[in-house]
Design a protein around this ligand. Structure first.
Ligand code: GLC
Length: 739
C-alpha cells in the first residue's frame, strides 16, 4: 500500500516522474541543504532574518505564517534566492475550519455524517489554501475514552469505526482537489499513536497500551487515513510502554514503512524530538537527533535537534547519510505532489472571495445542526411552538459568547463572524416574541451569589420559557487543558436549579469540549441539547433545533459517565468474569454492618453503579423510531463472505426525522476476549412520519477480524451477535456463525 497514490496509470507515471525529479534534486543537494529541508520552524524574528535563513536553505517548512502576502515573500526567498529553489511547505493547525469554523471534531463525530465532514474539510482547505496554507495538522485520530483529557475535544471520540470514517472523510476533504490542486492541503494523521490513552486523562502523560490494543483499537484509524491518501503523519508526545513515539522505530519504521508500505512524510509534534531528553529517553539533544532519525522521523518540528546535530552525527559515522536522504525524499515528495515546485505562490486576492461564502456558512450551520445531541426532552417540550409563546428569556454565559462558541483550536476563526444563539433568536423571532437576555454569569466559571441566583429566578418567572446556554469556555478543553472533575463549573448547576425554581419550562443547551458529569443537573431542566462547541453558525443551528425548523439527529460519539470516578467508561468494554447485572446494591441500599462476602459479587461502583449516564451512540429526536429484529441472509458464513443484514425501521412519530442506524457485532468467544459490542457500520436514514424502510448493510466478514492470541489478524470461527439499533445499549440481536 503506497499512500497518496491512486491506481490510474497516469498517476503511476506522475509518481515515477516525481521520483525522478526527487532523485535529480537530491543528487545536487549539499548535506546542509538536506538538513535544512528537515527543519520546521514557527514564524519568528523579522521577515529579513527569516528570508535570510530561508535563502541559505536552512528551513524546509514554516508554521503559523498567517498573512498571505508574507507567504509569498517568504516563498520567494526560498524559490528565487536559495541555491536550489526548493519551495517552503507552509503549515497550520486547521482543525475544524479556517475562517468559517465548524463544530469541534468531537461534535462533528456526533453527526455520524462522513459526507458532511468531508464537505467541511474541503471548505477548510479552500479557505486555508487561499491564505497560503498547504499542510494542516489534521485529522486528529486519537481514540479518546477519557473525557478528563482536554484533547478529547479534537478527537472523534471513543470508537475506532467512527473515528476511521471521520478521519478518512477529512483526508478526502483536505486533499480532495487532487494533491497538486492549489486548493488542496496535505492532511496529517495525528498523533501517532495512542496519545488519547494518556494516564489519568492528563495531557502528555504516559500510556501503557499493548501491541494488541494498538492494533485492534488505536492504529486502525491511522491505517484508514493513510489508505485514504493522508500525505503526512505526526508523532505523539506520549511514551508508550516507556518509548516516546518520536523515538519508536517499531512504530515509525517497522510498522509504518515496512508493514504498511507508507511513503508519506513523518513530522514530530512540537519539540517532541527535543523532549526525548526530558523524557529521559535521550541523554542530550545530540542523542535525541540520533534516535529520532534512526526511528524514522523525517521532519523536526521546532526542536532544532536535526539542524544542530545531524551533520556532525553523519560525519562521526553515527548516522548514515542514507537515513537523511530517505527523510529528504519523503519531504520533497510531499512538496512535489502538492505542486509547490510548479506553483509556489498564491493569489493573495483569493482569500476574500472564498471565505465566509453563503455555501460555507450553510455547511457550517448544517454541521452544527447535525452535531447537537438531544439528551432529554421531558413532556416533549421541544420543539417550542413560537406561536404559543409571548416571551422567552435567553440566559447563561454561553448565550452570547462569540469566541467561546468556536471551541478550541480556532486560531483563524474570527469571533466577529460568530452568530450566537442570542443573535439568532433575535433575528428570527424578535418580531413576534419578547426576548429577554441575561448572561447572569460573565463566564462559565464565575461564582454567583444567592442573591444573584434568586434575582434570576424572579426574572425568569416573568417569561413563558427559559433558554439556558451553559457549559465550558473554549479554554477549558483542548491541549493541556484537562480536568480532574467534570461537574459543571462555577455556579452553573445552581443556575439550572434557579431556572427550575421559576416554574417555567426550561431548555438547557450545553456547549462543551467534552462530556460533563451532569447526572444531578438533569432534574433541573425539561430539555437538554448537548452542543459540542458548535462553531461560527452554532446560534442559528441551535435556535432552529429549539423551534423545530430542524430536528435533532446527533448521536453521542463518546460515553457520558455518571461521575468522574467512573472513568474510564466506554461501550466497547470486555465482559469480564463477573459482569454487572444491574441488580447490584448501591451505596444507599447497602445496610450498615453488612457482612463482607465475595459470593455473587460483580463489577460495578457502589456509588455509581455500572452503566453510563448516556451510552455511546445515544441521541433523541422529535419523533420515535422502532427497530425490528435484524434479519440476515443466512446463518452461516465463511470468513471471505459478506453478511447481508437488514432491519425494518419505522418512524412512529409526527415529524420527519433522521436516525443514525448503527450496526454492532459481538464475537462471543475469541482466542482473546472481545468487546461486548463493536460498531461496524452506521447509516443516516431520513423517514417521513409513519414511514417504514428496510435498512440494509453489507458487512464483509473480514471486518470481524482482530489480532488474537497469536498476534495475527484473522477472522476467528464461532458465534457472533449482530444488532442494528439506535445506540450501543439498545436493540435485539440476531445470531450468526462464522465457520
Ligand atoms: C501542538 C499539538 C499538535 C499541533 C502542533 C502544532 O503541540 O500537539 O496537535 O498540531 O503542536 O501546533
Amino acid at each position: 500500500m503506497m499512500a497518496c497514490q491512486t491506481d490510474s496509470a497516469s498517476s503511476d507515471a506522475t509518481d515515477r516522474q516525481i521520483e525522478n525529479r526527487i532523485d535529480e534534486l537530491l543528487s545536487r543537494m549539499t548535506i546542509e541543504e538536506k538538513i535544512g529541508q528537515t527543519n520546521q520552524l514557527t514564524l519568528y524574528g523579522t521577515t529579513e532574518e527569516l528570508c535570510a535563513a530561508i535563502s541559505r536553505g536552512e528551513i524546509g517548512s514554516l508554521l503559523n505564517v498567517i498573512d498571505p502576502a508574507d507567504v509569498n515573500t517568504l516563498q520567494r526567498a526560498a524559490v528565487e534566492q536559495s541555491r536550489l529553489g526548493i519551495p517552503l511547505l507552509i503549515a497550520r493547525d486547521v482543525i475544524h475550519g479556517y475562517r468559517t469554523v465548524f463544530p469541534i471534531p468531537l461534535g462533528q463525530a456526533a453527526t455520524f455524517d462522513p459526507e458532511l465532514i468531508e464537505q467541511g474539510a474541503r471548505i477548510a482547505a479552500v479557505e486555508a489554501s487561499a491564505a497560503g496554507v498547504r499542510w494542516t495538522f489534521s485529522p486528529m485520530l486519537d481514540i479518546s475514552r477519557d473525557p478528563r483529557w482536554g484533547r478529547i475535544a479534537e478527537s472523534s471520540g471513543e470508537d475506532p469505526c467512527l473515528t476511521e470514517a471521520m478521519g478518512a472523510a477529512m483526508v478526502r476533504g483536505y486533499q480532495g482537489g487532487g494533491a497538486d490542486d492549489p486548493t488542496s492541503v496535505a492532511a496529517c494523521a495525528k498523533h501517532f499513536v495512542g496519545y488519547g490513552a494518556s494516564e489519568g486523562g492528563r495531557d502528555y502523560n504516559s500510556t501503557s497500551l499493548t501491541e494488541r490494543q494498538l492494533r485492534n483499537i488505536y492504529l486502525p484509524p491511522f491505517r484508514s487515513a493513510l489508505q485514504s491518501g493522508a500525505m503526512t503523519v505526526m508523532t505523539s508526545f506520549n511514551d508508550n510502554d516507556g518509548i516516546p513515539s518520536t523515538g519508536n522505530k517499531w512504530l515509525l519504521t517497522d510498522l509504518l514503512r515496512n508493514e504498511w508500505g507508507y511513503d508519506g512524510m513523518v513530522v514530530t509534534d512540537w519539540n517532541s524530538a527535543g523532549e526525548m531528553v526530558t523524557h529521559g529517553f535521550a541523554a542530550d539533544t545530540r542523542d535525541a537527533a540520533r534516535k529520532a532519525i534512526a526511528a524514522g522521523v523525517d521532519m523536526d518540528m521546532m526542536s532544532h535537534v536535526y539542524a544542530q546535530h545531524l551533520k556532525e552525527l553523519i560525519e562521526a559515522g553515527e548516522v548514515d547519510e542514507k537515513q537523511l536522504d530517505d527523510a529528504v525524499r519523503n519531504i520533497l515528495r510531499v512538496k512535489f505532489r502538492l505542486g509547490l515546485f510548479d506553483n509556489p505562490y498564491i493569489d493573495t486576492a483569493r482569500i476574500a472571495r472564498v471565505t465566509y461564502t453563503e455555501e460555507n456558512l450553510a455547511a457550517a450551520r448544517r454541521c452544527a445542526e447535525e452535531s447537537a445531541v438531544l439528551l432529554r426532552n421531558e413532556g416533549d417540550l421541544l420543539p417550542l411552538d413560537a406561536s404559543k409563546l409571548r416571551s422567552v428569556l435567553v440566559a447563561g454565559p454561553l448565550a452570547d459568547a462569540p469566541a467561546e462558541q468556536l471551541g478550541t483550536w480556532t486560531f483563524d476563526g474570527e469571533p466577529s463572524h460568530t452568530v450566537t444563539p442570542l443573535a439568532a433568536i433575535r433575528a428570527q423571532y424578535g418580531d413576534r416574541l419578547r426576548i429577554g437576555f441575561d448572561a447572569v454569569a460573565d463566564y462559565s466559571r464565575q461564582r454567583l451569589s444567592p442573591a444573584q441566583l434568586a434575582a434570576f429566578t424572579t426574572e425568569a418567572s416573568r417569561y413563558d420559557a427559559i433558554l439556558l446556554f451553559i457549559g465550558e469556555e473554549a479554554i477549558l478543553s483542548g491541549e493541556a487543558h484537562c480536568l480532574a472533575d467534570l461537574d459543571l463549573k462555577g455556579s452553573q448547576s445552581e443556575l439550572m436549579a434557579a431556572a427550575r425554581r421559576s416554574g417555567k419550562p426550561v431548555v438547557t443547551v450545553i456547549m462543551a469540549g467534552r462530556p460533563l458529569t451532569i447526572a444531578r443537573d438533569l432534574a433541573n431542566t425539561d430539555a437538554l441539547l448537548y452542543a459540542f462547541h458548535p462553531g461560527t453558525m452554532g446560534g442559528p443551528a441551535l435556535i432552529d433545533l429549539i423551534f423545530g425548523r430542524a430536528v435533532p439527529s446527533g448521536k453521542l460519539p463518546v460515553t457520558f459517565p455518571v461521575t468522574t470516578g467512573q472513568i474510564p467508561v466506554y461501550y466497547a468494554h470486555h465482559m469480564t468474569g463477573r459482569p454487572a447485572t444491574g441488580n447490584e446494591l448501591l451505596i444507599d441500599q447497602t445496610p450498615v454492618g453488612a457482612g463482607q462476602t465475595s459470593l455473587g459479587c460483580t463489577s460495578y461502583h457502589l456509588d455509581a453503579g455500572f452503566g453510563p449516564l448516556f451510552p455511546f451512540g445515544y441521541g433523541l429526536s422529535y419523533t420515535t423510531f422502532a427497530y425490528d429484529t435484524p434479519q440476515l441472509d443466512k446463518s452461516f458464513y465463511t470468513a471471505d463472505e459478506t453478511i447481508h443484514a437488514s432491519c425494518r425501521l419505522t418512524n412512529n412519530g409526527k415529524r420527519a426525522a433522521t436516525e443514525v442506524v448503527q450496526l454492532y457485532i459481538r464475537d462471543r468467544v475469541g482466542s482473546t476476549v472481545r468487546p461486548v459490542r463493536e460498531l461496524k457500520d452506521f447509516r443516516r436514514v431520513t423517514l417521513r412520519p409513519g414511514e417504514s424502510r428496510i435498512v440494509e448493510f453489507e458487512l464483509p466478514a473480514d471486518r470481524l477480524a482482530f489480532w488474537g492470541l497469536d498476534m495475527q489478524r484473522k477472522v476467528e470461527p464461532g458465534e457472533f451477535d449482530l444488532w442494528i439499533a439506535g445506540d450501543s445499549q439498545s436493540g435485539t440481536s440476531t445470531l450468526f456463525t462464522i465457520q
